[in-house]
Design a protein around this ligand. Structure first.
Ligand SMILES: O=C(O)CCC(=O)C(=O)O
Ligand SMILES: [Fe+2]
Length: 267
């Protein structure tokens, strides 16, 4: 079944030895490293989009309404810095979330675990091997952005992020990013501040389409989803892969992201 969800004629994930696969990977790997983000259109088949949407629609009533305030680097203010410092620029993030623990025995979960997808992402991100997240909730997160929802400017915890776009937005809901604006050593407050002040020329806007697949260096790429201004929700599925096994989200972020009833971490 999983194979019918992915557009294998354009993206031959099932034939990793083929010349087409190799050249696709070489090209996208290069783009990711220079651009910090790639978007692969028509990655899901029509059936793939339909299946994901149906599994999500069947569960929307159990989604967690996550609302928080954050700055690009985290959730806590830093009183030692001025009010307008990027570490104090709080902004609203809001979406309805279905986490991995809401999605057992789904096609979405099967796709997340599908070894050829993992191989493909490892190849494009230049890793010998990548691992499924150990986190019972954060491994797969469906983001349902209803009208008024959106994500504030932020960096991800994970080095790279992979996002299946399932339903697009035509009014608001734009994916904006400033690729590779920071490094591990340098938080680059100056350039981040220009982005927050709408004064940066580093910001790209992507009207991501349903069925496309995004891979981004999310830890170093500042990104956000602008407020959705339509009744139809924008829906994305964030798949988390890691460079080591048994990676978990920190406890506090788990609570903010998934609510008080999310499962505890394994002992
Ligand atoms: O939903 C999206 O397109 C982006 C999600 C995101 O940035 C995140 O969950 O960290
Ligand atoms: Fe993110």
């Amino acid at each position: 079944m999983t194979t019918s969800l992915v557009n294998l004629s354009e993206y031959p994930l099932h034939e990793p030895e083929s010349a087409r696969y190799q050249s696709l990977v070489a090209q996208q790997k290069q783009l990711l490293s220079t651009e910090g983000m790639i978007n692969l259109p028509n990655f899901l088949t029509t059936e793939g989009i339909r299946t994901c949407k149906q599994e999500i629609a069947d569960r929307t009533d159990i989604a967690y309404h996550a609302k928080s305030e954050r700055h690009p680097y985290g959730y806590h203010r830093h009183p030692e810095h001025p009010q307008d410092h990027p570490l104090n620029r709080m902004a609203k993030t809001q979406s309805f979330r279905l986490a991995h623990h809401h999605l057992p025995a789904t096609e979405i979960d099967a796709l997340y675990r599908w070894p050829p997808l993992r191989r493909f992402i490892a190849d494009i991100t230049g890793n010998q091997q990548i691992y499924l997240s150990g986190d019972p909730s954060n491994a797969v997160v469906v983001q349902v952005y209803k009208e008024g929802c959106g994500q504030a400017w932020h960096f991800d915890q994970a080095l790279f992020s992979t996002i299946l776009n399932v339903a697009e937005s035509t009014a608001g809901g734009i994916f904006e990013c400033a690729p590779r604006i920071r490094t591990e050593e340098d938080p680059n407050y100056t350039d981040v501040q220009s982005v927050l002040d709408d004064k940066s020329d580093r910001v790209q806007q992507h009207h991501v389409k349903a069925g496309s697949f995004t891979i981004m260096l999310g830890r170093y790429t500042l990104h956000r989803v602008t407020t959705i201004e339509q009744q139809q929700p924008r829906i994305s599925i964030v798949l988390s892969y890691e460079q080591q096994p048994d990676v978990y989200m920190d406890l506090e972020t788990r609570k903010t992201s998934f609510g008080p009833t999310a499962p505890e971490l394994p002992a």
